[in-house]
Design a protein. Sequence first.
Lengths: 188, 188
Amino acid sequence: MVRENKSLFALLGVLSLGPQSGYEIKKLIEQSLAHFWQEGYGQIYPNLKRLVNEGFATVEIQRQDGRPDRKVYTITSKGEERLQQWLIYPIQQLPKEKHEILLKLFFGKNIGLENNLSHVKLHKQRMKQTLDVYRGIETYLKESGCDNLDSQYQLMTVRYGILTAEAVLQWCEETTDSMEKLNSRDEK
Amino acid sequence: MVRENKSLFALLGVLSLGPQSGYEIKKLIEQSLAHFWQEGYGQIYPNLKRLVNEGFATVEIQRQDGRPDRKVYTITSKGEERLQQWLIYPIQQLPKEKHEILLKLFFGKNIGLENNLSHVKLHKQRMKQTLDVYRGIETYLKESGCDNLDSQYQLMTVRYGILTAEAVLQWCEETTDSMEKLNSRDEK
DNA sequence: GGAATCATGTAAGTAGTTACATGATTGA
DNA sequence: TCAATCATGTAACTACTTACATGATTCC
């Protein structure tokens, strides 16, 4: 089976929003896709080169005074077709996830309860912050872009982040309770 | 920053449950850790070798008639110490997730609504099946191991799977609704 | 007869991360 | 003066996936 390079499609997708440089693409991914996708420069620059080689994008070098040159990438119609093809193609698998906290908890018996508890507490704290960020984005998208189709789709991805983050917070509370019960049972 | 090889700790963790062969470790991971962790043979066998080289485990070759030899790995006390050290060490980051479905949805404007809708429907169907599996495991763990500490920790990891899967199903319904509203708005 | 299970492993390729290199400008 | 931002990229390394190789046994 030939593995498709998903980074390539992430880049094509971003370019479908408008011509941009590698640097701008990175920022956009960090700001808008971060909760479900991430790319480093080590992936972005070589893959942009590849997109141009294969005719899915074109480059134009822009001189700037005082600042480094920019290389602005534009999606071609061939690139748009390829993107649409991929967007329509059904997803083959549920994503494979790696959760360090669950790996540690699974083997929790090997260490004291307080140590396990502190992993959960830290996770909860981080999750709360993340949720706040998502809620901010949700509010912004609801206010600004009711009529904008792109905003509607972006809202759906943010809602995913919110609903799952809330579930994780609920799990943190439930798990804290379970651990405290285990603790009081031990003391007897 | 030195990256820690988490596969090594997953293997040490499994070995902390009892001596096992690479083949058995793979099965155990598929059965019990699958929803938050996965390892292929390409990771397992070379890493087991490494564990032995570094004194975290020992090997014993068991001859079997009619069947291939087994290499049974046993965790050493040095390995147990290393595992505990890692188990206690705080997690540095929330996991970075890559959700193909959200990546596709984010760029959903490029294709027709029905195409986006079918991604969500397929996802919902798969998620329902996954949830059923988790609920089965939950029931089993609750019945069998109330007194067993390992079961208690395993239950916490399964609960994570259940709560997040339920949230995702909720999201699927919400998203289906949103899309149908967009559709009827378009028709006007 | 054919598929699945038991059991070990390697090779080759793809993906992803981190650190390094450069250097001007802007803002606190 | 120090950090951040703008802007591009590579090299080295680590992680991960897939396919290949072997071969007996057991179950349908």
